[in-house]
Write a protein that binds this ligand. Structure first.
Ligand code: ADP
Length: 872
């Protein structure tokens, strides 16, 4: 290091503490990046990479930089690309520093810890999640959205459940113990790792004493139990790792994280990762878009926090009948009162993202505009409360009582901050007139001073008779009087020369300087005073952060309820009866999303009955494209909607609460996971058979498709039997299959019933009726569907022949259909349109019709008969 410049030495020292971040090293007006950081950042940011000497061994050092005052978009871009950025500032005044200026990292921006509005999607949380595995495969999971302060913790058993929570939270960054680095890919599913940043934390951080101390100190409690974390050893370790990481990256500015909300997964319906994907709860399978998902359909929220809350309700449906009914009551009341709904919508339309405003205010990264947005939002609350005045349902009444208009905060901002403040905080123009006496006085002086200059200019013009005389201002000389060269003879004696230009000279007078001091001094003081008054106001607002957070949460809840009510009303949903029975019964159910999006075909409603007795397993047969998947998904979605408190697309429904929904749908392509589709299918099936309970709903859409027919039927058969026969996992099951052989199961198993999706056969074509009827399908209609899909006529005809032979058991040795072998072996190429039967018959017919029987001898007749016999 000896031949390095002192600054490079300082750089490398700081960089060694932040090896996995890009170091933004403040040099005057720029943040500079060096070495590998520079190479990487210049590529991501598309900025020029240069170099300079005096790296190690005198080598050139790659370097690039961005101006400090416009660094924000560059930081955002790097973070978006999954990088972390350590901001290193000069922490002493370069003018007074002896030797090299002291520098220090003041903050590390990471993908999971972003607060800037531009880098966040309004209706989605941006979570940093921490995962730790303890003894006995017990996992701690904690996640924090630093922009809103939401911090949750739980514990689960087993790998699947842990990664299920990861899928639910959908975090941007995941914290793991260093020792986990190696085993990560073997325990987690490949596609869950994509697009996330992984950060490894030293193992000692997870030490139980240390983690408990962190929690106690941060939340000011005697023990983590006080936060509802009883029994959560691993959960506490996971949550504390987040606090530790915050200390390292935020350097202590995290006061707005005041609550840790501990939850137990048993309080919610469990949805594993593939079920969430298959049911397209928050994004579609094919394109990953919100439009086309259940969330896309239900989200009519007016505020960003409402949007986030709805996403959470969909990810965590309830199992408590009481809580579900509370939500239903509120949705029902709102659905029945269009005026109330419209009023709420109007009031909420002007409410900004209170949670994120609160976060930025607490982190002191908010500007004056944020405070004004907060005030505007708070002013919407009193009319909202008035609207809720007559509300009957307990939840709406509670919201009315709990939404706090924070009058004094709105009032303080209203009095203190102008309505349209500038973005920059250090140039004044923020604080309202009349808020602070000294500020008002300084402003008067400044205004008065400016008037004085104008008057003085007029006076000097009169005194000297120089009409072109001007009083001007610049930063170097302050105020001065400018006189052109041709008028110099007329200047009075008290003018003091300051500067000579080509055509003019500039002067000052004692009077001018006296006023200048007053005015300029006042302006400087105004800017300083305004900034400190702004900080005071922001601190006062920040002190009310907890109240604001609670109010924001309740407004979000109201927004979600109104949104659900809106959809229920518009789409004619019914309120399902939710109870603890074992019955799932739906009359005229519809698929909420298909119904809404597919306008070209009228949606055909269907009924359903599932219970734990005679209708435990319902096998649904019918051709491809008939509507089996749609029906099964609609049942799962209706159950889920009912348990999140929504109304459902049906005329009547009774939903005995389910503990989990499992789906195994189609042969989804999982090349990203590096596993064959059949393997994934079997793994998912195995997980269902391991984890389902009699309270679960299982949706199986085609099992055993990815292998040979005989294997497939056998596996599907055995799975259905197992679900039926094994008490532990006798879940209510919908089982769609194109193996119509499975309908036989109903004969021997009392709790298995058959249904099929009705089709009409007409002129060898199938017409889909979309109606679920009792009984099994007689055959699979695969060939007809193939024809519909545009398979060439020859292929369709040939398939029919083969099918016929298979069905009549005409196999050659080795199991190959006889006819198939025939075609490959003997088919004459000349007339490909003719089938083999037709060709054979044709030749026979020709030969026979050419015979003149009356002229044949008996021997000839015998020989011809032998020839004909050999032709068939
Ligand atoms: P399957 O699972 O039997 O192959 P799908 O459930 O995928 O069939 O349905 C095929 C198409 O039929 C879907 O694209 C859907 O739009 C339409 N469809 C399904 N059920 C209905 C229904 N009840 N009413 C109207 N259209 C339906």
């Amino acid at each position: 290091m000896s031949d390095l410049t002192p600054m490079m030495r300082q750089y490398l020292e700081i960089k060694s503490d932040h090896p996995d971040s890009i170091l933004f090293f403040r040099l005057g007006d720029f943040y500079e990046m060096f070495l590998d950081d520079a190479v990487k950042a210049s590529r991501i940011l598309d900025i020029t990479l240069t170099s300079r000497g005096k790296g190690g061994d005198g080598a050139d050092v790659p370097l690039c930089g961005v101006p400090y005052h416009s660094a924000a978009p560059y930081i955002a871009k790097l973070v978006e690309a999954g990088e972390k950025v350590a901001i290193c500032e000069q922490v002493e005044d370069p003018k007074t520093a002896k030797g090299i200026v002291k520098r220090q990292v003041v903050k590390v921006v990471t993908p999971g810890l972003v607060v800037e509005a531009e880098s966040l999607s309004p209706k989605e949380n941006n979570f940093l999640l921490s995962l730790v595995r303890g003894d006995g495969d017990r996992w701690g999971v904690a996640y924090l959205d630093i922009s809103t302060g939401e911090f949750r913790v739980t514990e689960v058993d087993g790998n699947d459940a842990a990664w299920g929570e990861v899928a639910c939270a959908n975090p941007r960054e995941i914290l793991l113990p260093e020792s986990f680095r190696e085993s990560l890919s073997s325990v987690s599913r490949g596609d869950l790792l994509a697009d996330r940043t992984f950060t490894y934390v030293d193992d000692w951080v997870y030490d139980q004493d240390y983690t408990e101390r962190l929690i106690r100190n941060h939340f000011g409690v005697a023990s983590p139990d006080a936060l509802g974390c009883e029994g959560f050893v691993e959960g506490v370790r996971a949550a504390a790792a987040i606090l530790h990481y915050l200390q390292e990256t935020q350097k202590g500015k995290v006061d707005h994280i005041r609550e840790l909300s501990a939850y137990r997964t048993q309080e919610f319906m469990v949805l594993d990762e593939s079920t969430r994907r298959n049911l397209e709860l928050t994004s579609t399978l094919s394109e990953g878009k919100k439009r086309g998902s259940l969330l896309g359909l239900l989200d009519r929220t007016a505020t960003a926090m409402g949007g986030r809350k709805l996403r959470q309700w969909i990810s965590y449906p309830l199992v408590s009948i009481e809580k579900i009914k509370e939500r239903q009551d509120a949705v029902g009341e709102l659905a029945g009162d269009p005026g109330l709904r419209a009023g709420i919508r109007e009031a909420l339309d002007g409410v900004y993202d209170l949670e994120r405003l609160n976060g930025r205010i607490s982190l002191a990264s908010s500007g004056a505009k944020d405070l004004v947005a907060l005030k505007m939002s708070l002013l919407r609350i009193p009319p909202l409360l008035a609207l809720l005045g007559p509300a009957q349902s307990s939840m709406l009444q509670e919201l009315r009582g709990g939404i706090d208009p924070l009058h004094e905060v709105a009032d303080l901002i209203g009095r203190g901050i102008v309505d349209d403040p500038p973005f920059v905080l250090r140039e004044g123009g923020i604080i309202a007139d009349g808020y602070h006496a000294e500020l008002d006085e300084l402003r008067a002086i400044s205004r008065e001073g400016k008037g004085f200059i104008a008057r003085l200019e007029a006076k000097e013009k009169a005194r000297t008779g120089i009409t072109s005389l001007k009083i001007r201002y610049n930063k170097v000389f302050g105020y001065y009087i400018e006189v052109t060269k041709s008028n110099l003879a007329a200047i009075p004696d008290d003018y003091i020369r300051r500067q000579t230009l080509a055509n003019a000279e500039r002067f000052i007078t004692p009077e001018l300087k006296e006023y200048e001091e007053k005015v300029l001094g006042a302006e400087e003081r105004i800017v300083d005073l305004e900034y400190s008054l702004f900080q005071q106001i922001r601190q006062c607002v920040a002190a009310e952060g907890e109240r604001l957070a609670r109010t924001a949460d309740r407004i979000a809840t109201l927004d979600v309820l109104a949104s659900l009510a809106d959809v229920a009303h518009e789409r004619n949903y019914c309120r399902p009866l939710v109870d603890d029975s074992d019955i799932l019964s739906i009359s005229e159910g519809r698929h909420p999303v298909v119904e809404a999006l597919n306008v070209s075909e009228r949606f055909v409603p269907n009924d359903l009955l599932l219970d734990n007795n005679e209708h435990q397993v319902v096998i649904i047969t019918g051709p491809n494209m008939a509507g089996k998947s749609t029906f099964m998904r609609q049942v799962a979605l209706i159950v889920l909607m009912a348990q999140l408190g929504s109304f459902v697309p049906a005329t009547e429904a009774r939903i005995g609460v389910v503990d989990r929904i499992f789906t195994r749908v189609g042969a989804s392509d999982n090349l990203a996971r590096g596993q064959s589709t059949f393997m994934v299918e079997m793994m998912e099936t195995a997980a269902i058979l391991r984890n389902a309970t009699p309270k679960s709903l299982v949706v199986l859409d085609e099992i055993g498709r990815g292998t040979s027919t005989f294997d497939g039927v056998s596996i599907a058969w055995a799975v259905a039997e197992y679900l039926h026969d094994t008490d532990r996992c006798a879940a209510k099951t919908l089982f769609a299959t194109h193996y119509h052989e499975l309908t036989e199961l109903a004969v021997t198993r009392s709790k298995i019933k058959n249904c099929n999706v009705a089709v009409k056969e007409w002129n060898d074509q199938v017409i889909f009726l979309r109606k679920i009827v009792e009984g099994g399908a007689s055959h699979s209609y695969g060939i007809q569907v193939g024809r519909l899909a545009g398979l060439p006529a020859e292929v369709v005809e040939r398939a029919k022949e083969i099918l016929h032979n298979l069905e009549t058991g005409e196999y050659a040795e080795g199991g190959v259909p006889r006819i198939a072998k025939g075609k490959r072996g003997v088919a004459p190429k000349a007339s490909p349109q003719l089938s083999l039967f037709e060709q054979g018959e044709d030749l026979l017919r020709k030969r026979l019709s050419g015979l003149n029987i009356s002229s044949l001898t008996p021997l000839e007749a015998l020989n011809i008969l032998d020839e004909l016999k050999r032709m068939v």
